[in-house]
Design a protein around this ligand. Structure first.
Ligand code: NAD
Ligand code: UDP
Ligand code: UDP
Length: 311
């Protein structure tokens, strides 16, 4: 049995991770400041004797005793990370320093939930880990993109300077149950709009692409990365390489929900990436990881979850 710290454990991905690690007979310390996360996501875990919840902001030091750290704390939806951009950078950078300091004192492995946003609006397509990205340092997405890039830098400096056992995954758009229905991300927006019979808001012409990964696949890859051989740092892309336009996503959601919603076109947000698709050969070779759940099946699970949230 390991004692595992999950920061951002009450969020969308964090809650699934806590549940999986708990089911695998570990002791979980879930740390969250509830900025975008919710007690509802972890309510069913609170009764377990191996689950502990701590309200804490990781921009402040944290002194606890654990065996592994998964660092997920950070708002992930553009709406939320741009609401208080200074706090977003603080969470990514100061939060990483504190969690790395903790890992260094305890001499334990630490995994960073990085993002495909480190590639910015990519000029190389699809994206391999070796691509260095195209990020606007002064745009509205920079608080998140540059914060996450700096966190990767810190992880590698602690690795080189302090010989820390670091693991970095770059997560591509992931969706599923426990996403906040009001989160503002595309999958939750489209499903909620379709279920409520409201207009579906396409930003721009809807021809921009994303590659959507179902949450169980993502969490599987994350845990495999944490338990990979010591010295294997990544970064590793974790995502589903099947690419869709936002128009295709909207059409699929309308079909699966049987909704009568109409498409409406809104302004494309500044610096919105035009395309995104991971190359996942490193994850396949090093982690024997492949996504299993296709978009149709994953969307059905997500729709079921959101339906319950409307009732
Ligand atoms: P989320 O917003 O649902 O979860 C983030 C959690 O972190 C929330 O519970 C929030 O309250 C908590 N948090 C935020 N700031 C904090 C702070 N300073 N101290 C403590 N807790 C804090 O988002 P998510 O989709 O679950 O994303 C989790 C992680 O994965 C994030 O680091 C995100 O950048 C990364 N990621 C997610 C995706 C995706 O598609 N879901 C893609 C790329 C990267
Ligand atoms: N830190 C922490 N918990 C610990 C150890 C360190 O939160 O168990 C914080 C510490 O407060 C510091 C940061 O992590 O701000 C970086 O620690 P490190 O030891 O790397 O740097 P230093 O303390 O020398 O600045
Ligand atoms: N998007 C959209 N309608 C919405 C929300 C988002 O067309 O209601 C688009 C957005 O402009 C982007 C894509 O969907 O091109 C994915 O957006 P999301 O906020 O989910 O994540 P991102 O990958 O941009 O961080």
């Amino acid at each position: 049995m390991k004692r595992i710290l999950v920061t951002g454990g009450a969020g969308f991905l964090g809650s699934h991770l806590c549940e999986k690690l708990l089911n695998e007979n570990n002791e979980i310390l879930c740390v969250d400041n509830f900025y975008t996360g919710s007690r509802k996501n972890i309510h069913h875990l609170l009764d377990s004797k191996n689950f502990e919840l701590l309200r804490h902001d990781i921009t402040h030091p944290l002194f606890v005793e654990v065996d592994q750290i998964y660092n997920l704390a950070c708002p992930a939806s553009p709406v939320h990370y741009q609401f208080d951009p200074v706090q977003t950078t603080k969470t990514s950078v100061l939060g990483a320093i504190n969690m790395l300091g903790l890992a260094k004192r305890l001499k334990i492995p630490i995994l960073q939930a990085s993002t495909s946003e480190v590639y910015g609006d990519p000029e190389v397509h699809p994206q391999p880990e070796s691509y260095r990205g195209n990020v606007n340092t002064i745009g509205p997405r920079a608080c998140y993109d540059e914060g996450k890039r700096c966190a990767e830098t810190l992880f590698f400096d602690y690795y080189r300077q302090h010989d820390l056992d670091i693991k970095i995954i770059r997560i591509f758009n992931t969706y599923g149950p426990n996403m906040n229905p009001e989160d503002g991300r595309v999958v939750s927006n489209f499903i909620m709009q379709a279920l409520r019979g409201e207009d579906i808001t396409i930003y721009g012409d809807g021809k921009q692409t994303r590659s959507f990964c179902y949450v169980s696949d993502l969490i599987d890859g994350m845990v495999k990365m944490m338990n990979s051989e010591s010295g294997f740092t990544g970064p590793v892309n974790i995502g589903n390489p099947t690419e869709f336009t936002m128009l295709e996503l909207a059409e699929q959601i309308i079909e699966l929900t049987g909704s009568k919603s109409q498409l409406v076109f809104k302004e494309l947000p500044e610096d919105d990436p035009m395309q995104r698709k991971p190359i996942i050969t490193i994850a396949q070779d090093k982690l024997s990881w492949m996504p299993k759940v296709g978009l149709n099946e994953g969307l059905m699970h997500a729709i079921q979850y959101f339906k319950k949230n409307i009732e």
